[in-house]
Design a protein around this ligand. Structure first.
Ligand code: GRF
Length: 208
């Protein structure tokens, strides 16, 4: 059984999607063993409590630099024997201390079709504001491995979402979460748990 550590900062709807997928057996090879929040007021913490999942708070302001912040997260991951780290609405940047310790074992869900609308400054609602501003007809979500480039790691899964003309950024965010993020994040975890995800440089092959 793959022990998953989920990093959160906010509402935790992606965490909830993973919890629900475990309950209804769309995920059979993994369990959420710990939730780590960068924000002590995150509703994601309530979701962990409601599901009897251990949680920890790691506030970036409490650490003198990124390396110490990484080490605090890394210590928790080792304490819970975590095999896969899942960043789900996590708003902090992690550095090479954590990334090197978990090479190709950290995944993130991003609310666009990478390489569009991603990278530094593209997070949360801001992504959807830029998508609508640009006038694209299709957006979506991406699950990718985390490397030292923001949203730059090898892509595991993507799912498109078609945009109606009158969407507000908030309506688009809800649609992308519901029709894409909450589907491909659990699916990626299950595929990794089954050993079906093979990384070859930038290419990720999903074995059937
Ligand atoms: C989602 O759009 C997610 O893609 C982005 O942050 C938003 C909130 O995520 N990273 P969650 O509800 O906290 O999982």
């Amino acid at each position: 059984m793959l022990n998953v550590g989920v990093l959160v900062s906010g509402g935790g709807t992606n965490l909830q999607a993973v919890i629900d997928a475990i309950k209804d057996k769309r995920i059979t090879t993994a369990k959420v063993s710990v939730v780590v929040s960068s924000n002590n007021k995150a509703y994601a913490i309530d979701r962990a409590k409601h599901n009897n999942i251990p949680y920890k708070i790691v506030n970036r302001k409490d650490y003198k630099d990124r390396s110490d912040f990484d080490k605090a997260i890394l210590n928790i991951m080792k304490e819970y024997n975590i095999g896969l780290i899942v960043m789900a609405g996590f708003m902090c940047i992690v550095g090479k201390t954590l990334i090197n310790a978990y090479h190709n074992r950290i995944i993130n869900v991003h609310p666009s079709l990478i390489p569009a609308f991603c990278g530094d400054g593209y997070y949360g609602l801001k992504v959807h504001e830029k998508v609508i501003e640009y006038g694209v007809k299709v957006t979506g979500a991406t699950v990718h491995f985390v490397n030292e480039i923001t949203d730059g790691g090898p892509i595991i899964l993507q799912k498109p979402v078609y945009i109606d003309d009158d969407y507000t950024p908030h309506q688009l965010q809800q649609k992308v979460m519901k029709e894409a993020e909450w589907i491909i994040l659990p699916k990626a975890i299950e595929l990794i748990g089954k050993g079906k995800v093979k990384v070859n440089g930038r290419k990720v092959v999903i074995e059937e």
